[in-house]
Design a protein around this ligand. Sequence first.
Ligand code: PBG
Ligand code: ZN
Length: 327
Amino acid sequence: MFPQTRMRRLRRRNIIPLLAETVLTKNDLIAPLFFDEAVSEPLPILAMPGQYRWPVSRADAIGKRLYSAGIRAVLIFGIPKIKDPGAFGAFAPDGVVQQVVRSMKAACPDIVVITDLCACEYTDHGHCGVIGECQDGPGLVNDLSLEMIQKIAVSQAAAGADIVAPSCMLDGMVASIRRSLDESGFLEVLIMSYSTKFASCLYGPFREAAGSGYTFGDRSGYQEPVTNRREAFRESELDAAEGADILMVKPAGWFGDIISDIRQIGLPVAAYQVSGEYSMICAATAQGWLEERKAVMESLLSLKRAGADLVITYFAEKVCGWLDEEQ
Ligand code: PBG
Ligand code: ZN
């Protein structure tokens, strides 16, 4: 009680850093990157200022640049030249992601290459697997889609991915991928599952970034409703039981309660600060309404405080620069 207790003693300038309960380091960061098979120069993503679709030919240089900035891990998205119902480009041996992984690992063997494992950038209808007639009309057919996802997983591992990151929210996805990877001899490839991925408006700018807008329906038949906290936990719990190595909550900033729940499962947890979260901060700072560095650091520290071990953020490279200045 006051006056013995004075919380403001803890706020003395030199005491504050000493007592920080939460820190953000470069080791926590994962940088997402988009590679477009059809471009020869970086193509700016208008809804995500400062982000680009990179040509495949730049994969080696970008890997080296990020690694020397202190980034340990990247998350690769590919945009193929040709889309088709069978997502052929996703598991072609010379597909866009396969080429990027090979050249980045050759140039920079120590960087952890994570591949987004989904079909929606490769299907002409834009959905995350095989479409067929379902109970509610045309939709994603779960078990046929699993076979597609398994093929993509093995192909990405064969190209040299360290971690595959399935983002399709299919039932049984982690168990099927683990089985296929093991059968193909990729026992050491990790699975970072997008285990609790909400059906969120915050993926809006990603549609432009990855050219993965769907032509009908939406993703509410497979992604988690934002209203459901206990169900969100079960989604991650099941993926843990199926053999996931790392769990993920996505989006991140509006879902701190979910991150703190899922941390209790005991596996490492990644929080994905998605395109819409990035764009909101960029838009407000461009107007002068928020200070960029403070807004970004606060948003990422709040994810660590909620219980994330890793943060996936489009600000990763910028944050490395700021962390260097703090030293
Ligand atoms: C693909 C995928 C999406 C994102 C990551 N992987 C889009 C979606 O599910 O609609 C979103 C990432 C972002 O918005 O930054 N399944
Ligand atoms: Zn998808």
